[in-house]
Each structure stands twice: as structure tokens, then as C-alpha cells.
Design a protein around this ligand. Structure first.
Ligand SMILES: NC(=O)c1ccc[n+]([C@@H]2O[C@H](COP(=O)([O-])OP(=O)(O)OC[C@H]3O[C@@H](n4cnc5c(N)ncnc54)[C@H](OP(=O)(O)O)[C@@H]3O)[C@@H](O)[C@H]2O)c1
Length: 358
């Protein structure tokens, strides 16, 4: 579709708020004409963030029946939801209700909108996507709906690619096992804090939890030969800072620690670190990232990497930059929707926020 390159972000929470900021700050470099954002609830506690996003150049959108509520708070509504959906070339849903939004709204605007993107919780929304894992499967004109996989799924998928598949391909990975130790809630969130470690159930019969299931689906978009043997478990820790994953990959072709370190160091999506605590890694992001976020897929403390004597069993820990990796894939997918031929070059403007070492 031709016309103004308008992007609508729906939701202003943990993912939506920094995404709107990122799109506004890099609007010119990303080739975006207009950034619109939809906020559902007029809340005085959220007024400051909305005001600041408006100051940075984004325009506020809400449902018809909410306009008055925002105006009473002194916030100018630029468009109703219907108008914004009509104008947008790309819609990035950053709510935990992307599938419901698809049914309620997005399906009606498929003619006028090129691409709808939803986030990690919205399994089934569209083709799974993570930048650097399956870019080659994006099909212009066919993929109207994409799901950017969750932050831990980004991390798992990167470990699978670098350690499990290497140069050999899917047959090299005998199995991948992952324990996702999740932070209790985000520092921006007041609810759902757990006061002590809380173990999770294995609700998925085949994959354990959604993390391995989603990574399987992400790789399977590359072809039926990507039928990977994956399993994950998850638990929550009583910290708000970062997710940590313990991984164990069994491979066909023997490898060495030095070979794996060389692969990690050659990949700009992975940061290495000598730090061993989540607060030290998180704090680096706060000082050097975009709004406190580093955009790497994974942060690997190389000292924790272990390879068995026969070279076929790889174990270690890594940190998940929890919203940074989803943000980068959301930006990459958005720019793909606007400039499918050159999007990967265009998103290099965010390179200052990928780090080789933290
Ligand atoms: N949090 C993370 O670290 C993280 C990382 C990667 C991926 N994700 C994924 O990102 C998505 C959003 O998560 P989040 O943590 O950013 O959520 P969040 O902080 O709870 O924010 C949710 C936002 O969605 C809006 N919203 C919720 N339901 C809506 C509806 N039916 N219609 C319109 N707006 C609605 C809320 O609007 P109001 O407040 O105005 O009502 C709020 O702005 C999920 O799919 C999640 O899996 C999250």
C-alpha cells in the first residue's frame, strides 16, 4: 500500500511505552512519518507518561467512549481507534489481548493496513518472528499477522542457533533443555510480586512450558526439517530485575568451549559478560541502553559455559534482556512492513544499543 508511513502502537505498558519512545526518537532514521499510540484507560497515574510521549511527537488515540475521560485530564485525543486503524500502515499490538483485538478490530482493517504485529503471550496471532532467527521466511503480501515471540523465547532460540545448530543445521541438535528463572514482575509493575521462589507447572505435555513450544514453532516456520527436540521448565524468583536461563544442549558433532566462544563473539546479537549477577547486568543497561534497555537477544557469562569431555553436551547460564530483544524484533518487523527490501539495513541505526560485552 502507498501513502503516509504511519505506525500505530496499541498499549502503553512495559513493552508499548519504550516502543513508542524508540519509534519517536528514531522516526527519521526508520523512515516513519507518524507515530500514533492507543491508550485504553484514562488514568491520572498514567498522565505523566502520556504527556511525555506526546512531547516526544507521538499522537494519542483512544476509543470513542473514552475520549471525554482523557480530555477531562487535559490530554488531547488526535484520533479515535477507527480513524487510527484506517490511517496506519503497520499496527503493533503491545497488549496481553492481541488475539482478542484481532477479532474485535484488526480483521476489519486488513484492506487498509499492511501488517499487524502482536507480542509474546499471543500464540496463534500470526507467524512467529524473532530478528536474526527466521527473517528469510517473512513473505511480502502474505504475512499480514506476525507474532514477535517472548523475551525468553528469543533467548532460547539464540542459544539453539549458536550452540545447537551451529554450521550443521537442525540435525545437529539432539535435544535442548531449558530452565527459565523468571523475574517476579517488571520494575514498572505493582502487581503479581512473588515473595519467594515459585515453581511453575509443566502445562504443555510435549514441550513443558510455552517457551520451548514457541521456540519450536519459530524454527518450524523455516521448514519441516526444523522439528527440534525441545523442553522447558519455568519458575519465578523474588527479584524484579532480569530473567536467567540455564540451558543444556546435546549435539551430534563434537565441539569445544573455544569454538563456542568464537561463535558467540562473532554474533552481534549476543553480549558476553564477566558479571555474574542480574543487578550488575541490569545496571549496565540502565546506564548505557535505550531507556535502560540493551537490545541484545542474550547476555552470556562465558565463565559459566561448560562442554563435556566428549564435546557433545553443552551447559551454562545466560541472562535475558527481557524487553530489549522483543523491542528490537518489534522495530525490525515494523520496518519490514514499511521497507521489506531494506529493513535490516535501516534498523542498524539501533546498533549503539547492541553490545558485544556488558
Ligand atoms: N513485560 C515484559 O517484559 C515483556 C517482554 C516481552 C514481551 N512481552 C509481551 O508484551 C505484551 C504486553 O505485555 P506488557 O508487560 O507490556 O503488558 P502491561 O505492562 O500490562 O501493559 C498492557 C497494556 O495493554 C493495554 N491493554 C490491555 N488490554 C487491552 C485491550 N483489551 N485493549 C486495549 N488496550 C489494552 C493496557 O492499557 P491501559 O493500561 O490503558 O488499560 C496497557 O497499556 C504481552 O504479550 C507480553 O507477553 C512482555
Amino acid at each position: 500500500m502507498l501513502g503516509s508511513k504511519t505506525v500505530l502502537v496499541v498499549g502503553t505498558g512495559t513493552i508499548g511505552e519504550p516502543l513508542i519512545g524508540l519509534l519517536c526518537n528514531f522516526k527519521a532514521q526508520l523512515g516513519i512519518d507518524e507515530v500514533l499510540f492507543h491508550k485504553r484507560t484514562p488514568l491520572l497515574t498514567d498522565r505523566s507518561k502520556v504527556q511525555n510521549l506526546l512531547r516526544r511527537g507521538a499522537r494519542l488515540v483512544t476509543d470513542k467512549d473514552r475520549v471525554e475521560g482523557f480530555e477531562k485530564m487535559g490530554l488531547k485525543i488526535e484520533h479515535t481507534t477507527e480513524e487510527a486503524l484506517e490511517m496506519a500502515r503497520v499496527v503493533v499490538d503491545c497488549t496481553p489481548s492481541g488475539n482478542a483485538m484481532k477479532e474485535r478490530w484488526y480483521q476489519k482493517y486488513e484492506e487498509s493496513t499492511d501488517l499487524f504485529i502482536a507480542q509474546g503471550s499471543e500464540f496463534g496471532f500470526g507467524k512467529q518472528y524473532a530478528r536474526g532467527i527466521n527473517d528469510e521466511v517473512l513473505e511480502l503480501g502474505k504475512d499480514k499477522y506476525l507474532q514477535v515471540v517472548s523475551c525468553n523465547t528469543h533467548n532460547l532460540s539464540t542459544l539453539i542457533k549458536i550452540f545447537g545448530l551451529g554450521n550443521e543445521g537442525p540435525q545437529n541438535l539432539r535435544e535442548g533443555r531449558f530452565l527459565c528463572m523468571r523475574r517476579t514482575n517488571d520494575i514498572s509493575q505493582d502487581n503479581n510480586y512473588v515473595p519467594s521462589p515459585q515453581v511453575g507447572t509443566h502445562s504443555d505435555e510435549k514441550f513443558g512450558t510455552h517457551h520451548a513450544r514457541d521456540a519450536w514453532h519459530l524454527y518450524n516456520t523455516k521448514g519441516p526439517e526444523y522439528d527440534l527436540n525441545l523442553f522447558s521448565s519455568s519458575m519465578k524468583l523474588n527479584t524484579q530485575l532480569m530473567h536467567v536461563i540455564q540451558y543444556n544442549l546435546k549435539v551430534e558433532k563434537p565441539t569445544t568451549r573455544d569454538e563456542l566462544i568464537a561463535r558467540v563473539e562473532a554474533d552481534d546479537r549476543i553480549a558476553t559478560t564477566f558479571k555474574t549477577t542480574a543487578n550488575a547486568v541490569f545496571s549496565f543497561g540502565r546506564d548505557h541502553g535505550f531507556c535502560g534497555r540493551i537490545l541484545n537477544q542474550s547476555v552470556i557469562p562465558l565463565d559459566t559455559l561448560h562442554v563435556s569431555a566428549d564435546g557433545r553436551d553443552i551447559t551454562g547460564f545466560c541472562f535475558t534482556p527481557q524487553d530489549g530483544n522483543s523491542l528490537l524484533s518489534s522495530v525490525a518487523a515494523t520496518v519490514w512492513g514499511l521497507y521489506p527490501e531494506t529493513y535490516d539495513k535501516i534498523v542498524q541505526c539501533l546498533k549503539p544499543y547492541f553490545f558485544s560485552e556488558v
